[in-house]
Design a binder for this molecule. Structure first.
Ligand code: F3S
Length: 775
């Protein structure tokens, strides 16, 4: 029976079965033959048609819930632990669609690749053993520590034009550089797909970006997305796929397009995609997949590019002329604070940001390609020729994958960088995600400093947990020249760098780097892949110890009880930005990602509580007043204290609550500590779904001004949320009783559709899956 199961898996999920994809698409548009955008083609060709006939006329963007079957699921080590724990508790024998796990987030950057990997092997031995054993048992591919950053490994091995991948990381849209739609999801969404359940997505709107011209001088593809972030802000892409079209697309290499798609996560979009192009075909050939390119060529017009005339069907269009696009530097603290390079010095001097750089970094899944590293080398060589032997700041470089590292090492790129003073880190996330054992500034003392990087995200404390680290994101080439200048008051297009040549100072100006899109061929490097086991694995066990403080089997949440949402305390009224980094901080907490009880001790430690005096002071951030003893404590302590005495609680949130990453811990923790509802001005998409999946109730204010009326000591009851009452599209009433006994009501909205209400009733989506799959 196991062999039969495997055959089903293999037969059902031939990812390159363009023929049947096309048939699905033709069925969807049989009643309406209008031209389709590329995003529509990719999504609709992945619709599950077993139980429902889909028709284009019935699909309304922004409303209709699509039921999709992704071609593949991917998880990184920081989210895989919890996803696997959930998969284990669903009780299924093996995954039903191709799945991979990537060990990239846990490695701490400190001394450089070799030493850091050695440290990770010791520090995370238990987690790595768990991931490896669970991958073996459940038919999952496992990329060990040092193999590469999840999105780069996907790009090199799995991404193909017209595909659909879900990943438990918000930068999964990176695959759009290969014409594949990548969508970031929470671990529980990944578990749905791994279990063969339909994966549900509200049909996104489509924002077309029309590219014309060709990049010039210092401009790079990073500037496309940095500019878009400035236009659209961190929530402007919400509910939308960003689809590129126009002649400018053909001028970009595939990893350059991946950079754009990757960082589309910073504008909150659902995904981002480029049409199949000759650059993608070149990349497939360079990564030994010419057969995929040859097959894709046959379906280019029908499946892999937008139909002529489909631009009428974009919900909105933004024009970008690449020939006139300026280089950008975005930050600090938010990726949408965009500065065109020509204005950056002016903005610096008008601000109080430290201009002296403490560190420059090249890497992350956004900009760690071979092309990126070759541009960095070009600049280092220019500097050396001018007598500038060494960078002026610490300069950290992370290749995106073992293949890129091995190729760059063989071609002498990495040695050139080392000679200029760079530290080559392992092929992993490192400082991008707070895994940085930083010694150059006083992190504990919150030393003010600035860093610049080719990364994508620069929220407060993101890299080093220091709220005073001002982080700017830009292209790898700008990050490199800033490393040589050491100060942000610099514009390489107009300014020179001083070179001290045996006492005589000369001036040297960098030229824009020449780049090499691809090496003639990639070297494979060390094999760090554990292939999925296809034979019977029922006798295999998963390594998990009852006494572990890092891994803990999950206990299912209890089903909804009517009356549970009445007379709730307000744990915290969050004001301002509250990303998943604020809700469940990373850095030192990473180690507890597989242990719900332990990681819950970090809940909302980065959030600002407007109920407290001097709310945004360092001392008050992450604190909440405990109504049982009137003491101000860390938020999780107050939550536990309420839970201990059986008092239920909710959270009041501000705009775009839960933006940022897909980590479902940000939803699991409030549920675990006795939370019932989160009532916010608005939610980020992934986090809102994660809350629903874990049986939390996310609601939004109908009148945004009601947020301001909520006071410390209010209690909240929700009417219309109990069994049979909560209905799709039907508003909920909130009754607020103040300390003085006065009472008022507010109207709330929700985005539940019928199936999701079942999750709430069952206590979690996982409980619901179990009921459906195992009876
Ligand atoms: Fe890793 Fe940073 Fe990308 S955390 S997956 S390199 S955004």
């Amino acid at each position: 029976s196991c062999i039969k199961l495997i055959n089903i898996v293999i037969l059902q999920y031939n990812p390159l079965d363009y023929g049947s994809r096309l048939k699905t698409l033709q069925d969807v548009k049989r009643s309406n033959p209008r031209p389709l955008t590329l995003s529509e083609k990719v999504l609709y060709s992945h619709l599950i048609t077993d139980a429902k006939e889909w028709s284009l006329d019935d699909i309304e963007r922004g409303k209709t819930i699509l039921q999709l079957r992704p071609d593949r699921v991917a998880c990184h080590d920081a989210t895989a632990t919890m996803a696997l724990l959930q998969f284990i508790s669903a009780g299924l024998p093996r995954v039903k669609i191709p799945t991979s796990i990537h060990s990239d987030h846990l490695i701490v950057a400190e001394y450089g690749a070799e030493a850091d990997l050695r440290r990770a092997a010791g520090d995370h031995q238990e987690v790595y053993a768990f991931l490896s054993s669970a991958a073996k048992k459940y038919g999952i591919g496992y990329w060990k520590a040092g193999a590469g950053i999840i999105h780069i490994t996907i790009f090199e091995n799995y991404a193909f034009p017209g595909g659909l991948i879900t990943g438990t990381d918000s930068h999964t849209p990176n695959a759009g550089g290969m014409g594949m739609m990548g969508i970031g999801v929470g671990g529980s969404d990944a578990v749905d797909a791994m279990a063969g359940m339909p994966w549900e997505l509200a049909c996104p709107k489509v924002l077309g970006v029309h590219l014309t011209g060709q990049l010039q001088g210092w401009s790079s593809s990073k500037d496309i997305i940095c500019k878009l972030a400035g236009i659209l802000t961190v929530s402007g892409g919400k509910g939308k796929v960003i689809e590129f079209f126009g002649p400018g697309c053909e001028t970009l290499g595939s990893t350059a397009m991946a950079t754009v798609c990757n960082m589309s996560a910073e504008i909150g979009s659902t995904s981002c995609i480029f049409p199949y192009s000759s650059a993608m075909s070149r990349y497939l050939a360079a990564t030994k997949r010419s057969d995929v390119a040859a097959h894709a060529d046959l379906f280019k017009e029908q499946l892999l590019t937008a139909d002529p005339g489909s631009d009428k069907y974009y919900d909105e269009i933004i024009e970008i002329d690449l020939s006139r696009l300026e280089p950008h530097i975005n930050g600090p603290f938010t990726p949408d604070l965009a500065h065109p390079l020509s204005q950056f010095k002016e903005h610096m001097s008008a601000s109080s940001w430290p201009s002296k750089l403490s560190c420059s970094m090249v890497g992350s899944c956004t900009n760690s390609s071979y092309e990126d590293l070759s541009k960095v080398r070009d600049l280092v060589v220019q500097a050396k020729a001018a007598g500038l032997e060494k960078v002026k700041t610490p300069f950290l470089v992370s290749p995106g994958s073992e293949q890129i590292r091995a190729t760059a090492e063989e071609r002498g790129i990495l040695e050139t960088l080392r000679q200029a003073g760079a530290t080559v880190l392992s092929n992993s996330c490192g400082p991008c995600v707070g895994q940085w054992d930083r010694k150059d500034v006083d992190v504990a003392g919150a030393e003010r400093n600035s860093v610049i990087s080719s990364f994508n995200r620069n929220f407060t404390g993101r890299h080093d947990s220091n709220p005073e680290t001002h982080s700017f994101v830009t292209s790898p080439e700008l990050a490199t020249v800033f490393a040589f200048n050491g100060d942000l008051n610099f514009d390489p297009t107009t300014d020179s760098v001083s070179v001290d040549n045996a006492g005589a100072t000369t001036e040297f100006r960098f030229s824009p780097p020449k780049s090499m899109e691809l090496p003639t061929s990639f070297s494979p490097g060390d094999n760090r892949f554990q292939a999925p086991v296809l034979s019977d694995t029922s006798a295999l066990t998963v390594d998990i110890h009852a006494s572990s403080d890092r891994l803990q089997l999950l206990t299912p949440f209890k089903p909804w009880e009517d009356g549970k949402a009445s007379k709730m305390d307000i744990l915290i009224k969050v004001s301002g930005k509250c990303t998943t980094d604020h809700i469940s901080p990373a850095g030192p907490w990473y180690k507890y990602r597989g242990h719900l009880e332990n990681i819950s001790n970090n809940m909302l430690l980065g959030a600002t509580n407007s109920f407290l005096p001097d709310a945004s002071s360092l001392e008050m951030v992450g604190k909440a007043l405990d109504p049982t003893d009137r003491q101000t404590k860390p938020v999780p302590h107050t939550a536990k204290s309420l839970q201990r005495v059986g008092r239920r609680w909710c959270i009041i949130g501000d705009n775009n609550y839960g933006e940022g990453s897909s980590r479902e811990h940000a939803a699991l923790e409030p549920r675990f500590l006795g939370g019932v509802a989160i009532i916010a001005r608005s939610f980020a998409r992934i986090h809102e779904t994660n809350l629903k999946k874990q049986g939390m109730l996310p609601l939004t204010f109908d009148d945004l001004a009601d947020y301001d009326k909520i006071k410390e000591g209010d209690t909240i009851s929700l009417l219309g949320v109990d069994d049979g009452e909560l209905q799709p599209g039907k508003q909920v009433t909130m009754v607020i009783v103040s300390k003085d006994g006065s009472q008022w009501t507010a109207t709330l909205n929700h985005s539940y559709h019928a199936n999701q209400i079942e999750w709430l009733r069952a206590g979690s989506a996982l409980n619901y899956i179990k009921r459906v799959t195992l009876g």
